[in-house]
Design a protein around this ligand. Sequence first.
Ligand code: SF4
Ligand code: SF4
Length: 418
Amino acid sequence: MIQPTENVAGAPAVAATAPVVDRSNKRPITKDVLDVQDFNERIVGAYNDGSAEMELPADHSTLRSLIPAGTGALRDFSYIAPEIPLLNSANCVACMDCVVECPDTAILGKAVPKSVLEAELAKIENVEDREHLSKQFAKTTKFWTTYEKRGKEPAYFGIFIDPTKCKGCAECVDACGNHGALSMLMKDTGILKTSQRDFNFYLKLPETPKEYINEKLLSDMMLAERSLLYVGGAGSCMGCGEATALRMMLAATGFQYGKESVGIVNSTGCSTVYASTYPYNPYLVPWTNSLFENGPADAMGVRARWDQMGWGDKKLWVVGGDGAMLDIGFQSLSRMLASGMNIKVLILDTQVYSNTGGQSSTATFKAQNTKFSVHGKVILGKTERRKEIAQIAMMHPNTFVAQTSCAMSNHFYKSIMA
Ligand code: SF4
Ligand code: SF4
């Protein structure tokens, strides 16, 4: 609340203490603002069948730049890659690394109590189908032997691939590594059909019960549905590490606070292009985008409004790449850090301007080869030293800074949850 202390000449007198105004939003989002069902069927449907450009009229939702949550789930990427992962459940140890590292929420795991899975399998009449589906589950030490030893009902553990979200990057196969439970398989119509049927079976099964989710084992957070706040269907390149970081940030925040308590302000960059390619939105949380250079300032406005509304407990993230946070939007970031406002920042430090094609940025390391600093005989890549944004951020009072990588999932999660 602004409390004017001086009267400006000629201006009407203003009370020194203005009356408290209730600014809370009493108006729910109604169909005239955004008709979610119509959007998902008519607009997303037209983009999915390729008729949007020819047939869709300009309408209010386009005008307002609104996209409902999670429309990315309606996008089908099954045609873009020649290969898809194949599970050999005998080698699976339920480490969840594949689920955590996938950038597209295309591979998911579930622990299903013995009695529940066996009852579901018994409903399948075709013996071959039943045997095939039962082979997608493993009896692991983590969910089977340990629970049996404790005298509790053991659970089967299954890994399932969503063929409509998988971009065939094989990050999951790398993450699985020496366990050797995943390999890439050439797709054909039959394989796609089988993967879709298997994935539908996964969706039908109940969520992993909370007694099988060890809250201390951070890699297991993605077993809980409240952690899966990024549905995939985004236009990011195959294997994009940024998307993994965003999924992991949301998983940790959603697991701790719930999806109603998270919001994102995104500075323009790769992460806004692939996350809001109309009409596809991979987020299940409120998300907004303004410019390259003002994400943190935008976030300060959102935070101020949230606090006015009594939403002090909600977690607000501002996300941007090295262009937005180290360069063009650095002044905005610095101002925000100095404000002491309750806003968390995720800098997706790709060490190049990814959105414009991989030119050197101030985050690029000395001697690194990029489009604007080609490494050759005369000039050995980038000639300047890298700007260390973590060190600069630490110079702002009361600021906690962590530098981490998705490759170290425990460290990443702890940094987010700190
Ligand atoms: S191949 Fe890539 S997109 Fe597909 S499930 Fe594995 S990590 Fe995810
Ligand atoms: S990474 Fe491999 S071993 Fe771990 S859960 Fe995935 S498939 Fe199983």
